[in-house]
Write a protein that binds this ligand. Structure first.
Ligand code: TYD
Ligand code: MG
Length: 458
């Protein structure tokens, strides 16, 4: 009989099959379908028991005050939307070594300092190791309760006994193991079960639960998207490991905005908060080289100035190289196509490299114009004015389109000593704090440089 309960589940998307197959039809992944044994099918588990009657309540009556708990780490509170919501589940994903454990250790440290009861459970490190790290980041580890554990049943039992708890950290969700399942830790079934139980625990107890999730090669939190659907908030901790800056980015938040970021620097003594990051990503040196443009961006509620660097070089490949770091490669392809089709500036036969300084990832379409300016500047071998910022979206028709928050971008640039800005036409700003050059079309940008087209053909 047991045989009929076996099923085959894709480990990357969660699709279920009755038979094994080499390729998942849902997500196209190869060798991702493995056998799982479901011990008690739901329909049977429900058996003959009658459902309990639910008590319906009025939303008016239960909508209490917004009692969020500030973690004491302002950059984290910012991305959470103003502190942790009791009973919420928060998933923090990121590459190994980026600083997830450090961030959460500092978080429980700060929470404990504020008088909250916290539990930190690690399936990856021993208590000594965590204590050592705790001393390194200068936290008083006496008040936080630690355990090195990975058995889901033990963890849930201990949490229930340790009540009241304000915050729990589970580091990481992939190390947990439930004995009701045969599959290995880290498989979809295990991760899903652990996440389900812990989310239910959060709702039941009112504790905020932080789940650490590892990210796979292709950038997804391993043990698929299903966990992202179950939790209230999904944060990604990202950054270039060769740089010290780390960005905490919101991907999903039931209790706040999803475009907010928190900025940290990894130091010898743990993560330091960067309350005013606007000048961090400007690159070094005062004299700007050709191929560099300063983009006046907005990340969440804060303006952020970041240098975008481009290099256009003669190619020795049959298919020229296009390499992008910190920006969308599809977006670069689009800009190159628009430069070609609308401005007659063809870059085929040339390698194109684009880099966002400082390991930041830029997602705003407003960066189009800055990327284009960097490309044209590199091709023309002519630096942009040192004291200029650039922003604007580029349409397929070659127009420079207006973007949101023009005033905030310009104000921040002026504050950091910039004196001119290349921006979309029609800003309507009166008395701007710096000199504006308003562009209607991408070709207007090219006109600011010595004739580029000739050099391209030469
Ligand atoms: P960690 O939090 O262990 O990363 P994750 O949990 O995401 O895998 O961070 C480990 C890295 O951070 C490691 O390369 C060392 C560095 N680090 C510092 O530079 N300073 C510190 O104070 C700490 C605790 C770690
Ligand atoms: Mg870790």
């Amino acid at each position: 009989m047991a045989k009929s309960q076996d099923r085959y589940v894709c480990q990357s998307c969660g699709a279920v099959y009755a038979k094994w197959q080499g390729r998942c039809e849902e997500c196209g992944g190869w060798n991702s379908v493995i056998e799982e044994t479901a011990k008690a099918p739901l329909s049977k588990a429900l058996g003959g028991r009658r459902g309990r009657k639910l008590e319906f309540v009025s939303l008016q009556g239960t909508a209490g005050a917004d009692h969020r708990l500030a973690t004491g780490i302002a950059e984290l509170d910012r991305v959470l939307g103003g502190g942790m919501v009791p009973g919420s589940a928060i998933l923090i994903g990121g590459d190994p070594g980026i600083g997830k454990s450090t961030l959460l250790l500092q978080t429980v440290g700060a929470l404990a300092k504020g008088g909250a009861d916290c539990v930190y459970i690690s399936g990856e490190e021993a208590a000594d190791q965590i204590a050592m790290r705790g001393r390194r980041v200068g936290m008083n580890e006496d008040k936080v309760r630690f355990a090195a554990a990975s058995d889901l049943r033990d963890i849930l039992a201990s949490l229930a006994a340790a009540d009241p708890i304000h915050a729990v950290v589970i580091d990481s969700i992939q190390t947990l193991h439930s004995d009701t399942l045969d599959s290995a830790p880290g498989t979809v079934a295990q991760v899903r079960t652990a996440a389900q139980e812990l989310v239910a625990y959060a709702k039941r107890s009112g504790a905020a639960v932080f789940l650490v999730g590892h990210v796979t090669k292709d950038g997804q939190i391993a043990g698929p998207r299903v966990v992202e659907h179950m939790v209230d908030t999904v944060l990604y901790f990202e950054g270039d490991r060769s740089h010290r800056f780390r960005i905490l980015r919101v991907v999903k938040n039931r209790f706040g905005a999803t475009d907010e970021i928190g900025v940290f620097a990894m130091t010898e003594g743990g993560l330091a908060e960067i309350a005013n990051p606007s000048a961090l990503f400007l690159g070094q040196g005062n004299a700007r080289a050709s191929g560099a443009a300063v983009f006046a961006g907005i990340e969440g509620s804060r303006p952020l100035l970041v240098e975008i660097q481009a290099l256009v070089a003669a190619s020795s490949f049959t298919t020229p190289r296009r390499a992008v770091v910190g920006w969308d490669s599809g977006r670069l392809a689009m800009i190159l196509a628009v430069l070609d089709a609308r401005c007659g500036m063809t870059l085929s036969g040339r390698d194109v490299y684009l880099n966002v300084a400082g390991g930041l990832r830029v997602n705003e379409p407003a960066a189009d114009l800055a990327a284009a300016a960097a490309l044209v500047s590199s091709l023309a071998n002519e630096p942009l004015p040192e004291d200029a910022v650039v922003f604007g979206e580029i349409s397929l028709a070659g127009e420079v389109r207006p973007v949101a928050h023009t005033e905030a971008r310009i104000k921040e640039a002026a504050k950091l000593g910039f004196t001119q800005a290349l921006i979309p036409f029609g800003s309507g700003l009166r008395n701007p704090p710096l000199r504006l050059t308003e562009l209607e079309r991408l070709s207007d940008l090219l006109a600011l440089f010595p004739p580029v087209e000739k050099r391209v053909q030469a």
